[in-house]
Every structure is written in structure tokens, then in C-alpha cells.
Design a protein around this ligand. Structure first.
Ligand code: SIN
Length: 520
């Protein structure tokens, strides 16, 4: 491709849903770091929350979203999400996404109808799922199938975006580094960041290795506003065995009846919240952390009389590697970093504070999730706000000569060795988990700040993927720590031991060019 109208960075649900629309009016280049299917989208298990039962259903979804967000949700963004969600999900169905349907009238659902489950802080069962616990993968596969048929869309895999290209203060493209180390600059009429989250900033995460916050770091370096970075959602139930990955034990397990028990075998959630195991995610994560201080915490499904292998085939297959079985064994769990509520600040059409730059999905912060995202609202977010960002880009992108130009981006000094880069990243992730994780205080956060300052001195150099990611992780970590230090209250996923109360007025944090401010 030697000309591109729209550059989309990221191939998850938000990026692909935008690309499909943008292709109606111009050429689209979708760039992904690994193969297209490798994104947070594909790892989403539990499902996609959507209210398809009319106005009352939609209103309840709105209230659940607002309540879970602990006073910080942008109500207008949440309204758009829940109102436009059903239409977007109908579209997925038209494109062939195979959500699970009742076969023999199970749970009173007529044969052939969509099955729905429930997760934390939902007042009713409204979560569609696919292949039991592989909802994200099914959506990703069906979107990709659709996108691959569109001639106007070029897909460029194994390519990391390094930095945004600026002209007169506006964004006009990005520099890209391919798997062979080749650098080039793509110029575009408009750029969409759809590069997902940053779970890799923590040593304990459910996120895949691609989630290194590249979009946020690039946007911040270019001078865009970022918002609410202190709100990192810790999923309560990641698998917890020494040496094993923090594989997600979907909240849908609790939706289907799993209990949480401590090392004494006590079901403890009644001490923390009236919704018990289906309390908001931040509440459950903190409860598990506290109970886990003197022993393991487990998911217990031994009382659940369902075919759990059929309902959760992916989780069952994973557990079998450790000789564990849902319904037979206690499953050890602990919280792990899962989803960033903050990100590049946008309006409801993905517009950032920089002309020409748009963002949608986890990389963006519309305020739709407030301080704590409602379970299974993230796939819906990508779908709805990816489409809205595309609408704005189509209307606003300036018409003019664009080109794909090869340039020599300077390589900064002698490259750091790969092993040293890996050690540096490990150190950053561990310090973030220890001092800027679930339970925070000034002493720990200042310690994290000092650790990041020390790491800045030995920042990995060179133009190879892990060095680029290392630098991006450092930007994201610094944004989280600075915003967390500035927020002297506890709200949603941000809990300060030294400021356990919630402020009367909810304010969003905004960071731009090293300055932190709070806005109502
Ligand atoms: C899960 O299946 O528990 C994850 C769903 C989500 O992140 O909302």
C-alpha cells in the first residue's frame, strides 16, 4: 500500500469494528504487533453484556454500569454504550458470530434462543457468551473473517507502532517497526488508537504479552491528555499456583454458582458485601486480598450440579494440566491486573485532545467505566465506541495528498542487550505490583516513584520491539503512580490505605506534559 487514508493501530474489537466502517470511504491500514487474533479481545472469556430486552432492560444496564463505577461514571457515555450496544450486537450476529444458544430448553430458555449468564454487579442475566468461555475469540474470529473480505483494508501483522507523527500540532501518521527491524513512517488522514490495555505493567496479570500500553505511551509523548490512570481493575480470580500463568478464572464461574472460600473453608463474602460473590469486582478483589493474607483463597463449585466441563471447556482444559477439575476440586485464585479504566482522554466519538488522533476501546478513557468497570462491558465498549470513532474520522479527516513514506527514524545510542531489557522490564513489573497494586499508600507509591526514577537511568535503548515496549511500560507506570499519589481518596479500583474514604465530589484525573490536574 503506498497511500492510506486511515491508520488503525490495533486489531481487537475496537480497531476492527472501526476498520469495517472506515473502508466505506477510504483505504485503511490495520497494524498489529503480533498476529491479528492476538489481543485482549481474544482472551475475553465470560462474555459481552448487552440489554436486548427493550427500554426497561437498557435502563437497568445503565444503572448497573453507573453503580459499579463508584460515582465516577460519565453517565452520557454509559447511556450511549447501553443504548447502542444492542444494535451493534445484532450486527455481530449478522456477521456470523456464534453466541451460545439453548439446545434443549436449558434453564427455561426456549430451544434456539440466546443463552445469557450473570456476573458481578449485574442485576440480571444479560451476558451473551460463545463456545462456553471463549466469547472474545469467537467475536475476534468473526470480525476478522468479515474484515479479510474487504479489499480496502490492508492488515499488517507483526509490526509495532513506535511513535505518532505530528505536523502543526496534529497527528498525521505513525512510525512503524516491523518484525525484521525495518522502520517506516505511515502518513494518514486520521489515526485511530485501538491498541488495548497495559496489564503487562504489573507482574501479576491476566493480559497477554502484547498489552504493554503502547497507544497510551505514544499519545502521551505526543502531548495528548490522558485520564484516570490510577484506576486499574484487578480481576479477583486469576489462577494461583506457583509457576503457573495467571489464567483467568472467569467471573462467569461465580455467575454459575461458584463460591469463594478461604483456607479455613469459610465462605467469606458475606462479611464484605450483600451481593456476596457477585459483588462489584473491586470489592471482591480486595476481599480476596485480605482473606489471602493468611492462606489461600479458592473457587468452590463442588455444590454446583451442572455440566461444568461443557459450560467452561477452555477453563477445564487449562485446569486439567494441573490435574484440577471444576466441580471436583477447590481452585486456587488471587487477583491480577486485568483492565485499565483510564487511558487516552476522548469524547464520545473517540476524539482526543490532538487533532487527527482518535482512540477507542481499552486504550481510551471516555469515563464510561468510572472507577470500576462493570463485568463484560469491555467488549461492548470496543464495539460501540470503535464504530463511533470511525464515524467522526470519516466526517472530519482532511482530504488531501497522503502517502506511505520510508524514513530513517534515528536509533538512540547503542542498543541494550535483550537479556538486560527483559531484566529491566521484570523489575518494573514487580515494583508496580508491590507498591502500586491493589492496596496503596503514600509510602508505597513514593517508593514506586523512586524505583521508576532509578529505572529511567537505565532505560532500554535501541529500536527493537522489547525496548520500545519497555519505554512504553515506563510511561504508563509513571502515569499510574503519579495519578495514584495525587488521588487522596479511595474509590472503585483505587484504594488508599491512608485515605480509605471516598471524597464527596467525584473528579477525574488528567495528565498532560507532566502536569496532573483533577476535574469534576
Ligand atoms: C471474565 O470472564 O471474568 C472477564 C470478563 C470481563 O473482563 O469483563
Amino acid at each position: 500500500m503506498d497511500r492510506v487514508d486511515f491508520l488503525v493501530i490495533g486489531g481487537g474489537i475496537a480497531g476492527l469494528s472501526a476498520a469495517i466502517r472506515l473502508a466505506n470511504v477510504g483505504t485503511v491500514l490495520v497494524v498489529t504487533k503480533e498476529e491479528l487474533a492476538e489481543s485482549n479481545t481474544a482472551y475475553a472469556q465470560g462474555g459481552i453484556a448487552v440489554a436486548m430486552g427493550g427500554a426497561e432492560d437498557v435502563a437497568l444496564h445503565l444503572e448497573d454500569t453507573v453503580n459499579a463505577g463508584d460515582g465516577l461514571v460519565n453517565r452520557e457515555a454509559a447511556r450511549v454504550l447501553v443504548e447502542q450496544g444492542p444494535r451493534r450486537v445484532e450486527e455481530l450476529l449478522e456477521w456470523g458470530t456464534g453466541f451460545d444458544r439453548s439446545v434443549k430448553g436449558e434453564g427455561g430458555v426456549p430451544a434456539g434462543e440466546l443463552l445469557r449468564t450473570r456476573e458481578g454487579a449485574h442485576s440480571r442475566s444479560r451476558i451473551l457468551h460463545a463456545n462456553g468461555d471463549a466469547t472474545g475469540r469467537e467475536i475476534a474470529v468473526s470480525l476478522l473473517r468479515h474484515v479479510r473480505e474487504i479489499e480496502q483494508v490492508e492488515l499488517m501483522e507483526w509490526t509495532i507502532s513506535v511513535d505518532l507523527l505530528l505536523e502543526n500540532g496534529g497527528v498525521v501518521g505513525a512510525s512503524l517497526l516491523d518484525g525484521e527491524g525495518g522502520l517506516r513512517t505511515v502518513r494518514a488522514r486520521a489515526v485511530l488508537l485501538a491498541s488495548g490495555g497495559a496489564g503487562q505493567v504489573y507482574s501479576e496479570t491476566t493480559n497477554p504479552e502484547v498489552a504493554t500500553g503502547d497507544g497510551i505511551a505514544m499519545a502521551y509523548r505526543a502531548g495528548a491528555e490522558v485520564s484516570d490512570m490510577e484506576f486499574y481493575q484487578f480481576h479477583p480470580t486469576a489462577f494461583s499456583l506457583p509457576g503457573a500463568p495467571r489464567f483467568l478464572m472467569s467471573e462467569a464461574l461465580r455467575g454459575e454458582g461458584a463460591w469463594l472460600v478461604n483456607s479455613r473453608g469459610e465462605r467469606f463474602m458475606e462479611r464484605y458485601h450483600p451481593m456476596l460473590e457477585l459483588a462489584p469486582r473491586d470489592v471482591v478483589a480486595r476481599a480476596i486480598t485480605r482473606e489471602g493474607m493468611d492462606g489461600e483463597v479458592y473457587l468452590d463449585m463442588r455444590h454446583v450440579k451442572k455440566d461444568l466441563q461443557a459450560r467452561f471447556p477452555g477453563i477445564s482444559k487449562f485446569l486439567a494440566k494441573y490435574n484440577l477439575e471444576l466441580g471436583r476440586d477447590l481452585i486456587p485464585v488471587r487477583p491480577a491486573a486485568h483492565y485499565l479504566m483510564g487511558g487516552v482522554r476522548t469524547d464520545l466519538h473517540g476524539r482526543t485532545s490532538l487533532e487527527g488522533l482518535y482512540a477507542a476501546g481499552e486504550v481510551a478513557c471516555t469515563g464510561v467505566h468510572g472507577a470500576n468497570r462493570l463485568a463484560s462491558n469491555s467488549l461492548l465498549e470496543g464495539l460501540v465506541f470503535g464504530a463511533l470513532a470511525a464515524e467522526a474520522m470519516m466526517e472530519e479527516a482532511p482530504v488531501g495528498e497522503v502517502g506511505l513514506t520510508a524514513v530513517a527514524t534515528p536509533v538512540d545510542g547503542v542498543p541494550t542487550a535483550e537479556a538486560a531489557t527483559e531484566r529491566w522490564i521484570k523489575e518494573l513489573r514487580e515494583l508496580m505490583w508491590k507498591d502500586a497494586g491493589l492496596l496503596r499508600d503514600r509510602t508505597g507509591l513514593e517508593q514506586a516513584q523512586r524505583g521508576l526514577d532509578a529505572l529511567a537511568v537505565t532505560m532500554p535503548r535501541g529500536m527493537f520491539r522489547r525496548a520500545v515496549e519497555a519505554r512504553n511500560l515506563h510511561v504508563v507506570a509513571s502515569l499510574i503512580v503519579t495519578s495514584a499519589l495525587g488521588r487522596e481518596e479511595s474509590r472503585g479500583a483505587h484504594y488508599r490505605n491512608d485515605f480509605p474514604e471516598r471524597d464527596a465530589v467525584a473528579r477525574h484525573s488528567v495528565m498532560v506534559r507532566g502536569e496532573l490536574r483533577f476535574e469534576a
